[in-house]
Design a protein around this ligand. Sequence first.
Ligand code: XBP
Ligand code: MG
Length: 252
Amino acid sequence: MSALEAVVFDVDGTLVDSERDGHRVAFNLAFEEFGLPYRWGVEEYGRLLRTTGGQRRIDGYLADQGVPEDERGRLAPALHRRKTALMSALVEEGKVGVRPGVKRLLGELADAGCRLGVATTGSRGWVERLLERLLPGVAFEVVVCGDEVDERKPHPEAFVLAVERLKLPAGAVAAVEDSAEGLGAAAGAGLATAVVVNGYTADHDLSRAGLVLDGFGEADRPARVLADRAGTGCGGVLDVATLDRLVAAGPG
Ligand code: XBP
Ligand code: MG
């Protein structure tokens, strides 16, 4: 009998390649519009990503630039509001793409009757637009966004909330993530977790993950299996059977 009843996906870096050519560009456009000299380079942004949540990321960066706290308190929310609108526009312009293999996996999960959810640190202002535009017809039953939790990843709150809303025990739910922060959040919520790394996260400490791949994989183009601590036997294609074995092996 199948142990897997639902899969909760991260968005940024997991379902979509959104950071380098989406969020990073939107942050820089917002800085420019506000007449600020800051521009985040491709490599530098990888370090900045370790602070989850765009507003927190801006605030931490401004603090490092010596911007006083009262000014940051005014500037960071205003910059982030504008960044959210700019990100939505970039999504509309097709600047953000779905990662290869994601549509295949979502289709297979739906066909298998597996329920789907999202737990992201990103803001609802662009998340819903992105899901509607890039993954139309995919029935995500729950979508937990960063602005409705008190604590951002790696705190487990977003995943705990997603599992609560699905009304399932954590042991019946798998998480798919791309980063150490996301893995920490999902594992902290008691979910068996597959990590599909990308260019920004390949060097993260993912030792708590049951399965680590460098892509979702296709039958004719399997991904590299970087770790299979759960013993799923995955051959490089993240599919329903693999996620079922991952959940059966237990959390981590
Ligand atoms: C994603 C984030 C987000 C995005 C920007 O983390 O940390 O902050 O970078 O989106 P995860 P917002 O993939 O672990 O959820 O500006 O809307 O926060
Ligand atoms: Mg992510």
